[in-house]
Design a protein around this ligand. Sequence first.
Ligand code: SAH
Length: 225
Amino acid sequence: MIHKRKLHSNDRGIGMTSQGTRDRLVQTLRKEGISDERVLKAITQIPRHKFVDEALSSRAYENTALPIGQSQTISQPWIVARMTEAILDGGQPEKVLEVGTGSGYQAAILSQLVSKVFTVERIDELLKFARRRFHNLRLNNIYVRYADGHLGWPSQAPFDGIMVTAVAQSIPEELLEQLRVGGLLVMPVERNGQQRLITVRRLEDGFDETDLGAVVFVPLLSGLA
Ligand code: SAH
């Protein structure tokens, strides 16, 4: 089920941020293998140009990662779509945890598709901007926390889905523990000198892992900034 959120008319954008430009991005994503219509619809609904600096807004609907300050990036639309598809696969998650709020774009996409999004960020400055964007776009089902995401969000656990948008050497135990049985975690993990996008499904008696392929992410760091 798509949870509809009303957007302001000036969020629809003009010229390089217009609906036509957004539709072209969706066509590109389709060509590159994204097929979940719910995800593609969310991508047309959320104005990505509101999640980058104004100077970069003309490039917001290109299928590329862009800088968001503090040496961080807003992920490439294709990877946002791919990870969202993975989280939705095989069910309708209600509560999803994201680690690495960054610009807030991934959380905004999730907010259209699940009941509640919990997102954790370790850089205060980024969180401040993300919070403002959620408020301006009236995305009222996103809950933010300033913390080291390695620890997840224990008081809100268990989650139906957990998404980590920064790469780690291994999957943090704390996150696996906060996954509901039947729930899915998706995150990039460093394996043999390469970043791989991994999904882990929690089963009654263990975990089932799948490798979705090579990716590029900024690192998951420890502590607060
Ligand atoms: N999902 C973001 C992409 C952000 S890039 C978006 O849609 O824009 C990765 C983010 O993870 C950065 O903002 C970085 O500060 C954050 N991050 C890295 N390590 C973290 C940690 N331990 N806890 C929380 N956030 C972390």
